[in-house]
Design a protein around this ligand. Structure first.
Ligand code: 5GP
Ligand code: ZN
Length: 112
């Protein structure tokens, strides 16, 4: 999608520090980390966010969680948090579905 920063990252038009890439997803470090380990998992397909998941595109969500579990094992993460923000009030600043994976420090609950 034109003018979507994560579509541009997925296409390699904007550089990122990649952890994993395959035909469906890209995993890369967040530019502004909020924990010692903070990476993002995005589908290459443009989906606006968690509120736009449908029967037609929901399989990518299961696949993303498979990838997260595999990377967490590879990184030796025994504890981590997966977060997806949808909409401005929830704190979504990039309107392309993404899952934050945060680890390496005590994470507060409930979120602020
Ligand atoms: P949101 O605020 O939408 O939940 O998350 C967007 C995340 O994308 C933020 O944590 C922000 O730091 C990250 N981000 C925004 N632009 C870039 C970029 O160009 N490169 C990388 N690696 N991360 C970005
Ligand atoms: Zn996009």
């Amino acid at each position: 999608m034109e003018d979507c920063i994560f579509c541009k990252i997925a296409a390699g038009e904007i550089p990122s520090k990649k952890i994993h890439e395959d035909e469906r997803v890209l995993v890369f470090y967040d530019i502004d980390p909020q924990a010692p380990t903070h990476f993002l998992v995005i589908p290459k397909e443009h989906i606006k966010g968690a509120g736009e998941i449908t029967p037609e595109n929901s399989d990518i969500v299961a696949y993303i969680f498979e990838v997260i579990a595999r990377i967490a094992k590879d990184f030796g993460l025994e504890s981590f948090r997966v977060v997806t923000n949808y909409g401005v009030e929830a704190g979504q600043s990039v309107p392309h579905l993404h899952f934050h994976v945060l680890a390496g420090r005590e994470l507060g609950w409930p979120p602020g």
